[in-house]
Design a protein. Structure first.
Length: 94
């Protein structure tokens, strides 16, 4: 068929911007602050960060909403919910 693979050059954000952005966010917001004790622990940390990133973390491109949209809570007491052992917090009203 004549199809050839053309891999992107390492550390080339103009070639693969979305992946570079995600990798940078994971490093800055998660892995730079956690000591990883093995593969299983790394998988657990990354899964917890993925749940936080898609469920609670605000994104400017989504008008400060999370990818998994949630209802606006107007009344109640504000309580912090620690995520990743207190590295990040989600604030909810009860």
């Amino acid at each position: 068929m004549g199809i050839r693979d053309r891999p992107t050059a390492p550390r080339s954000p103009w070639q693969n911007g979305h992946c570079e952005r995600l990798i940078g966010s994971v490093r800055r917001e998660c892995l730079d602050h956690v000591v990883v004790f093995g593969e299983q622990h790394l998988r657990h940390v990354l899964l917890s960060y993925m749940k936080y990133y898609n469920g609670a973390r605000t994104h400017l491109a989504l008008n400060k909403d999370a990818p998994a949209s949630r209802a606006i809570q107007a009344v109640g007491r504000i309580l912090p919910t620690p995520i990743l052992g207190g590295l990040h917090h989600q604030y909810v009203r009860i």
